[in-house]
Structures are given as structure tokens and as C-alpha cells.
Design a protein around this ligand. Structure first.
Ligand SMILES: *Cc1c(COP(=O)(O)O)cnc(C)c1O
Length: 394
């Protein structure tokens, strides 16, 4: 097999802008994915592990008190209740099973805040695979508990001291390591990167949207919500949720990115507000970069949304007008966090809090309507960030 079998593009976006040395591994991966996806035994093994180990299906929760407060009908898809506390396990488990099926013995992964690294370390322990996680030095210093978690789960954490010493540099380093290691699978953590990763990652997150659509029909006793929204870092939890509603034009889709502290370069990670078409990590998409194509620094109160590019399928959905992408500021996200904690007894991840904060700020526009919001993760990991910022309201 010397070429790809699937379309690597999402309209003008996506593709595979990878060095030649990486191509054999990407082609091998795509072939294995196409085979596994069609194989009932593979799908059944994944389904069972997602159920018995992960806790799928995750509930759809009718948030009646917060909905009443905001004047709308609010439903939460509870990925915060998935094992390890976020949607990331769907993809980590799917790709790790794929790697095992390919005869790989080692998983290489990048991590920013550490959530994806923890999910990878978890599934590697489950399946008996070696796990090496690349993490920028800055991130490792900010996220000590997650480094400790990964090590307790048996992973080796490699500290990356190149570049800005954050997620972008960790991805570069993991990709580099993959080239020289035929026994390894690189387990990319969001719906981005060179083909076939955006396709594979979105596929493994599809249960989020499929479950949510069926649960909504049953519990709300109507066909569809008016609005489906989710936070967008690289875009994996959002694409998983959107896939359940994409074909239904009556459902508005909104992705919420990190508005940070302001609109100047370096103050946010809002690719639709300040980005342009470019190539980062092997795929053509919307990128925050300067006139010379140099990647700009980003900021968000939530580490999971703090990335200068976005998955190519979202770039296409925006261009087609099928989905809209807007941002919530750090402060709006914190207000969303506080509201869910007080009205529903759920501490959301700061990433998910951006979707909540956006809805809180625009609730008048959606008054009386039905809103299904993807709660991508739980907030325990964010307490050290949230407490000093919300302390004044205690
Ligand atoms: C990593 C993460 C995100 C952002 O990643 P996506 O690929 O955009 O989903 C969002 N929420 C949580 C809880 C995360 O851990």
C-alpha cells in the first residue's frame, strides 16, 4: 500500500503536510483504521471496553434549575462522567486498540495540560502497552499532579525543552520520535494533525453525538434541540457531539473557543477571530500566525483550549456555514463554571465552562429554546486555577 485510501481533505482544509519520512507510518495507520472500522470484532471490543471500563453511555442530564435560571431548556451530555474525567478516553482507547491490532508495543503521545497523557497512560496500563508521553517543560511545571498520575500509571514522561516548552513543541517532539520507532504508534489527542488523524479521532468520538441524539429524543420527547454547543480546542469533543446532529439542518451548531483576556495577539486562542489559513502540525486549517507565518503565542485560562490551530473539519463547517464559532473570555468561562457549580452541583472543566459562559452571556438570544451542551470534562483538575480567581465571591 503506497497511497491513502480515504479523502484526506475537508474542503480546502486538512490534507497531509508531513515529511516524507513520516508517510509510511501514516499510510500504514490509515490502512489499519479502514480495516478495523469495518471489522465487527474490533467494534465490539471497543464498544465493550467503552461500556465496562469507560462508563459509556454517559448520561444526558436535564439541568432544570440552571435552565430555569437562564430562561431556556438545558441538557448536558456528561462526558465529565467518563473514566479519567473527560471525553479524551474515547479516542485514547480506540487508537490504543488500533495500535495493538497493528502489532505495536509502544504508545507515544503528547500532552498539554496532561488530560490526554493521563488517558493514554490509563489505556496503556489496561492493555499492557508501553507509554511515553511528551510534555513541554512549562506545562509539566504547571500540571504536577497530572505528571504524577501518568507516572503512577506506569508511563514515562519526557520533558520537552524546545521552543515555548508547551503543547505545540511536545507534538513536534512526539512526531519526531515516531519516525525512528517502527514499534510505536503515535496517539494524537485531538481531531487535528496530518491525515488520517482528524478522521480517526472524530470517528472514535462519534458515540458522544450518537448517544446524545438518541437520548434527547427519548428524554425530551421531541426530535431535536434548537442548539447544540461545545467548547473547541483542537475540536475533538465538539466534532464528536456535532456528528450526531450535523445532518439535521434544524439544529444550530456552535463551537466556543477561548477568548482569553482580550483580542490582541497573545491574549487569546480565538482562531476564527484572529486566525488565517495556514499549515500547522501537518494540516491546512485556521492558524493564529503573523504575516511571516510564525505561530503566535496564545492564552486561555483553560489549558485544553490553549492551542494556535483547530481541526480542519471545523474550518470546513464554518466555511460552509453549517456551524458557527464564537468565543467566551476567561471571565465569562469562570462565570459559567460558578453557575453550574451552584445551580446543578457539578464542577465543570474550565474548557467546558467556555460553552457554559458563552450561553450565560447570550442567554437572551436563546430564551425559551432547547439547548444541548457538551460537558467535555470535570473540573477537579482546575481547582488550583479557579480558587484564586473565584475566591472573592465565596
Ligand atoms: C482536552 C480537552 C478539551 C479540548 O480538546 P478538544 O479536542 O477541543 O475537545 C476540552 N475539554 C476538556 C475537558 C479537555 O480535557
Amino acid at each position: 500500500m503506497s497511497t491513502f485510501q480515504l479523502d484526506s481533505h475537508y474542503g480546502r482544509f486538512g490534507g497531509c503536510y508531513a515529511p516524507e519520512t513520516l508517510m509510511p507510518a501514516l499510510i500504514e495507520l490509515e490502512a489499519a483504521f479502514v480495516e478495523a472500522r469495518a471489522e465487527p470484532e474490533f467494534r465490539e471490543r471497543l464498544r465493550r471496553l467503552l461500556r465496562d471500563f469507560g462508563g459509556r453511555p454517559t448520561p444526558l442530564f436535564h439541568a432544570e434549575r440552571l435552565g430555569a435560571e437562564w430562561g431556556l431548556d438545558l441538557w448536558l451530555k456528561r462526558e465529565d462522567l467518563l473514566h479519567t474525567g473527560a471525553h479524551k478516553l474515547n479516542n485514547a482507547l480506540g487508537q490504543a486498540l488500533l495500535a495493538q491490532r497493528m502489532g505495536k508495543t509502544r504508545i507515544l503521545a503528547e500532552t498539554g495540560a496532561g488530560q490526554h497523557g493521563v488517558a493514554c497512560a490509563t489505556v496503556c496500563a489496561l492493555l499492557g502497552l508501553d507509554c511515553v508521553v511528551y510534555m513541554g517543560e512549562m506545562d509539566a511545571q504547571r500540571q504536577v499532579p497530572n505528571v504524577e498520575r501518568m507516572e503512577l500509571l506506569g508511563a514515562r514522561v519526557v520533558i520537552v525543552r524546545a521552543g515555548q516548552r508547551t503543547l505545540k513543541d511536545a507534538i513536534n517532539e512526539a512526531l519526531r520520535a515516531w519516525v525512528g520507532d517502527p514499534d510505536a504508534h503515535y496517539l494524537l489527542g485531538s481531531a487535528l494533525g496530518p491525515h488520517p488523524f482528524p478522521t480517526i479521532v472524530a470517528f472514535f468520538h462519534e458515540p458522544i453525538g450518537k448517544e446524545a441524539a438518541a437520548q434527547y429524543r427519548e428524554q425530551a420527547q421531541t426530535d431535536q434541540p434548537d442548539l447544540v454547543l461545545a467548547c473547541v480546542g483542537g475540536g475533538s469533543n465538539a466534532i464528536g457531539l456535532f456528528r450526531g446532529f450535523m445532518d439535521n439542518p434544524e439544529v444550530a451548531l456552535v463551537g466556543v473557543e477561548a477568548g482569553g483576556t482580550g483580542s490582541a495577539p497573545g491574549e487569546h486562542a480565538a482562531r476564527w477571530a484572529g486566525g488565517r489559513e495556514g499549515v500547522l502540525h501537518g494540516c491546512k486549517t485556521l492558524v493564529l500566525c503573523d504575516d511571516d507565518g510564525q505561530i503566535l503565542a496564545t492564552h486561555s485560562v483553560s489549558a485544553g483550549l490553549d492551542y494556535p490551530a483547530v481541526g480542519p473539519e471545523h474550518a470546513q463547517l464554518a466555511e460552509q456555514g453549517r456551524a458557527r464559532y464564537l468565543s467566551a473570555s476567561d471571565d465569562e468561562a469562570l462565570a459559567g463554571f460558578a453557575a453550574l457549580a451552584r445551580f446543578e452541583g457539578i464542577l465543570p472543566a474550565l474548557e467546558s465552562s467556555h460553552a457554559l459562559g458563552w450561553l450565560l452571556a447570550r442567554r437572551e438570544d436563546w430564551r425559551g429554546m432547547s439547548v444541548l451542551l457538551g460537558l467535555s470534562g470535570r473540573g477537579d483538575k482546575d481547582l488550583a486555577t479557579v480558587l484564586p480567581l473565584l475566591g472573592g465571591t465565596r
